[in-house]
Design a protein around this ligand. Structure first.
Ligand code: PLP
Length: 368
């Protein structure tokens, strides 16, 4: 093993089908898929196939899928002033544990005069669903936006409870489902949300490709205006190779591997805690996806630890926004408990036994 990459929630290595594509057809797929000649026509036919493959995997018909440049764009599109005004929204209900793509857009919306309400969460990173109900009762016909799976802790939100509240209060519901893809087997039409955002590179496609699921496309106001791509809902020249890579990566998802991932993740956590009595696992008591572990190092400076591990070719994440030499503690962990600086590391991987052993050896080395 020349290096140990344990940072899948940040981005994943190219999936096997994507690697084969890069080494074969990619170089020839340069045409503009909107061109009327055959080179373009062939690619637009393949985009149709990709849309069908992706739709089948996420439980959506093809007409509800809008390709975007990634989840940040998808989230900013549903939470745009234009879209919210079209839906006659005054209040947005969310949590303080969301990804920055949501939180920073919510800051912007507050400045634009929207009312934003935050649902409380407990010390395990679980939403307080009674509080959500209470806020929704006071603010019907609102716009709810929540993570499906938290990118830092792996905690799974109960989307059934969230959508039930949305329907009871006649509100719209958007799910940031980026970290659910490939880790949970879901069906969007069953979940019955209005919008959902996804990102290809989190499952091993090229970067710069994502999608927005829109249940009722006529009610939706696009962010961009330009050519007629995506029926005008998201204009701009098709990023054909990226769309192809997204559809290939989604075919490489193998849920049967998750059982072993969970076994190895659990072993990693219990052996980690035995290294030092001050070590703990953040959000251990919540229902979490199998590939994510957020480790508390007893108050040690984890920015430094991350760099030391990096020098040993073990790549993990602080899960925190860094500002030069003054790294900020994670906003997610801050909403969960008192944090003193960057005190935790996020490990995310499909976790083979060898990877877990190598990571634990690396940590033991640093603390021996
Ligand atoms: N939402 C979540 C939960 C994420 O983990 C990410 C990626 O960091 C994003 C949104 C943004 O995705 P993208 O990189 O496609 O803009």
């Amino acid at each position: 093993m020349d290096h140990l990459y344990l940072d899948d929630n940040s981005t994943r290595k190219y999936s096997p089908r994507v690697v084969t594509y890069i080494q074969s057809d990619f170089v020839n797929d340069y045409a503009n898929a909107s061109s009327e000649h055959d080179a373009g026509f062939i690619l637009s036919g393949k985009i149709k196939e990709c849309r069908k493959i992706i739709g089948d995997r996420i439980g959506s018909s093809t007409k509800k899928i809008v390709f975007t440049s990634g989840a940040t764009e998808s989230i900013n599109t549903v939470l745009s002033v234009d879209n919210l005004e079209k839906l006659k929204i005054k209040t947005i209900i969310s949590s303080r544990m969301e990804h920055h793509a949501t939180l920073h857009q919510l800051d912007y919306l507050v400045n634009k005069g929207f009312n934003v309400e935050f649902v409380r969460n407990d010390h395990e990173g679980r939403l307080d669903y009674d509080h959500l109900k209470e806020i929704s009762n006071h603010n019907p016909k609102a716009f709810l936006t929540f993570l499906y799976v938290n990118n830092e802790t792996g905690v799974i939100n109960d989307v059934k409870k969230i959508t039930d509240v949305a329907h009871e209060s006649e509100s719209f519901i958007h799910l940031d489902a980026v970290q659910a893809l490939g880790k949970l087997d879901f069906d969007l039409d069953d979940i019955d949300c209005d919008f959902a955002s996804f990102s290809g590179h989190k499952i091993g496609s090229f970067k710069g490709i994502g999608l927005l699921y829109v249940k009722d496309i006529e009610k939706f106001e696009p962010l961009l205006h330009g050519g007629g791509q995506e029926k005008g809902y998201r204009p701009g020249t098709y990023n054909y190779p990226a769309i192809m890579s997204f559809s290939l990566a989604i075919q490489d998802i193998d849920f049967s591997l998750l059982t072993e991932t969970q076994v190895q993740r659990n072993r990693l956590e219990s052996e980690f805690k035995s290294i030092n009595s001050s070590f703990a696992v953040n959000c251990e008591g919540a229902i979490r996806v199998a590939n994510t572990s957020n480790l508390y190092f007893g108050g040690k400076d984890c920015r430094e630890l991350m760099l030391k591990l990096s020098r040993k070719n073990i790549f993990v994440s602080t899960g925190a926004a860094c500002n030069g030499s003054n790294p900020e503690p994670s906003h997610v962990l801050k909403s969960i408990r008192a944090v003193q600086g960057v005190d935790s590391l996020r490990i995310s991987s499909s976790f083979s036994a060898n990877e877990v052993n190598a990571f634990l050896d690396g940590v033991r080395d640093l603390f021996s």
